[in-house]
Design a protein around this ligand. Structure first.
Ligand code: KIV
Length: 307
């Protein structure tokens, strides 16, 4: 049993930040006011509740969960049903932040009318069955962005290093490193904005390119490995806290060694169990006095009978 109810009141338990729901228009307003957008991935109830209570503006249920939660080598294997399962948990936890769900590989990649219909149908599931407030799609899928927007589903684009294109890119490589590819990236970002996207994640692109796109785009850019000039920043929860098992990418800043903390706590617990130091008498339940006396008397009687 664990208590998960929300404390009452209108401000976050830990920061006292007033709870004013973050929406897609609110992100646009933040860009207009030059207020940086803080975004973080999260995949379950406790982590997303902590992110929300810490005042994070946008919680992304990223398909990176395929790697950091489910242990796959890349993001390609995660399914719509798995993403829905995690999005529901996040939805139950988050009160203030915008909840965005990643559409997984294969759920929106079909071409033509049938492909768009499938992408739309899957996006509807994220809103209807899991409570997502926006979905994120990778690549310059402008027609799908338009269709989602027309269907009242806010959409966030993701350009640059798009992990679902791993095999086409030949690895996780910084993108838009030439004038021509930078021009194309800017063109794609503008096209997504024109199709109604509410924001664009820019991943793994040179700072200069991200800065120029940010300056020219009417919607917010949220960077990851794209330098400090984007309208917002996003990191993977497990990277930020050192809950991963590989050296971090250049753009990751580790704010805590939670992996180390967990490892040492679990080791101490194991040692206590092995030395019978856990649980103590204080950590045990006890019979009320009358029941204890009755039991003791019954025990004594049975011992006398045996003798
Ligand atoms: O899945 C994910 O974590 C992402 C972020 C890296 C933006 O898409």
């Amino acid at each position: 049993m664990s208590v998960t109810n929300f404390p009452g009141g209108q401000s976050s338990a830990s920061t006292g930040i007033p709870i004013t729901k973050v929406t897609i228009p609110a992100l646009a307003e933040m860009k207009r006011q030059g207020k940086p957008i803080s975004a973080l991935t999260a995949y379950d109830y406790s982590s997303s509740r902590l992110a929300d209570e810490a005042g994070i503006d946008l919680v992304l249920v990223g398909d990176s969960l395929a790697m950091v939660v489910l242990g796959h080598d890349n993001t390609l294997a995660v399914t719509v049903d798995e993403m829905l399962h995690h999005t529901r948990a996040v939805r139950r936890a988050v009160r203030r932040a915008l909840v965005v769900a990643d559409m997984p590989f294969g759920s929106y990649h079909g071409t033509g009318l049938a492909g768009a219909a499938e992408g739309l149908a899957n996006a509807v599931r994220f809103v209807k069955e899991a409570g997502a407030e926006a979905v994120k799609i990778e690549g310059p899928r402008v027609e799908l962005a338009r269709a989602l927007t027309e269907a009242e589903i806010p959409v966030i684009g993701h350009l640059g290093l798009t992990p679902q294109s791993l095999h086409r890119m030949g690895g996780y490589r910084v993108q838009a490193r030439t004038a021509e590819t930078a021009r194309r990236l800017k063109h794609d970002a503008l096209a997504l904005a024109d199709a109604g996207a509410g924001a664009v994640v820019l991943e793994g692109v040179p700072r200069e390119v991200a800065a120029e796109i940010t300056a020219e785009l009417p919607i917010p850019t949220i960077g990851i490995g794209a330098g400090p000039d984007c309208d917002g920043q996003i990191l993977v929860f497990h990277d930020l806290l050192n809950l991963t098992f590989a050296p971090p990418a250049k753009f990751v800043r580790r704010y805590a060694d939670v992996g180390g903390l967990i490892r040492s706590a679990i080791e101490r617990y194991r040692e206590d169990v092995q030395h019978r130091a856990f649980p103590s008498d204080e950590e045990s339940y006890h019979l009320p006095e009358p029941a204890r006396k009755t039991m003791a008397a019954a025990h004594k009687t049975s011992e006398l009978r045996k003798a």
